[in-house]
Design a binder for this molecule. Structure first.
Ligand SMILES: C[S@@+](CC[C@H](N)C(=O)[O-])C[C@H]1O[C@@H](n2cnc3c(N)ncnc32)[C@H](O)[C@@H]1O
Length: 232
């Protein structure tokens, strides 16, 4: 069986890109989840949602998958009130943290979904609605036997691309070299995507250094950014 078919099967068998850790939740995060999710959160549902209606705006929409504790998402949204950010994250403490930050600064251009991004893409997003997709430091699953859990694989990217408008971009970053080359390979093989740079991209000003990136840097890791644009 080819690698690609194998990966396709992995997704069908429901292999996840995350393991739900219990994780300590502070009181602030759990209160934010309880009180602010009804305001800034969107419940997972099996129907398409209308992003312009939800944000009450026709600003460009950026999807961020796996925002962790949400600090980066928060900073980007604060810097660009003319862009709407939809963050999807499965980890409760991180979702609570971002909700708290949104409320503290009274930002109106972030909405949050606490669910598996693969299912959100499958059932909630219409085609041709996103101007950009950010996936920063997805779990590297660095042991070979765990590579099947990596998010950036052909079947997932294949689902993502139709959600982008023409001219929209996918921006990935990682501090694992072999994953960086995997990302480059997967995106290069996707029809309708063109590399905006020759190979890897310099970190653009709009992307703040993330929490996981800092952790990687402390371990002496390099960082690779990858930016591809949808060409039709
Ligand atoms: C290594 S962390 C990086 C967090 C953040 N982007 C950063 O750079 O600090 C990866 C995050 O992706 C989330 N994640 C992994 N798979 C996911 C999925 N299928 N749907 C939603 N979130 C996911 C994890 O819960 C985790 O918080």
């Amino acid at each position: 069986m080819s690698d690609e078919n194998n990966q396709e099967l992995s997704h069908i068998r429901g292999i996840r890109s995350y393991v739900l850790r219990q994780g300590h939740m502070t009181r602030l995060q759990s209160e934010a989840l309880k009180n602010l999710m009804p305001i800034w959160g969107i419940e997972y549902q099996q129907n398409n949602i209308d992003l312009n209606e939800i944000f009450s705006s026709e600003h460009p929409k950026i999807l961020e998958i796996g925002f962790g504790m949400g600090q980066t998402t928060f900073e980007m949204a604060k810097n660009r009130p003319d862009i709407d950010y939809l963050g999807v994250e499965i980890h409760g403490p991180g979702v609570g943290n971002l909700l708290h930050l949104i409320d503290k600064e009274k930002l109106t251009n972030i909405r949050v979904i606490r669910h598996d991004a693969v299912e959100v893409i499958d059932s909630m997003l219409e085609d041709d609605v996103l101007s950009g997709i950010h996936i920063y430091f997805p779990d590297p699953w660095h042991k070979k036997r765990h590579h099947k859990r990596r998010l950036i694989q052909p079947p997932f990217i294949h689902k993502l691309v139709p959600k982008l408008k023409s001219g929209g971009y996918i921006h990935l970053a990682t501090d694992w070299e072999d994953y960086a080359y995997q990302m480059l390979d997967v995106l290069s093989k996707e029809q309708n995507l063109v590399n905006s740079f020759e190979t890897f991209a310099p970190r653009p000003d709009y992307r703040p250094v993330t929490k996981f990136e800092l952790r990687g840097k402390k371990l002496g890791h390099d960082v690779w950014d990858i930016i591809f644009t949808k060409n039709n």
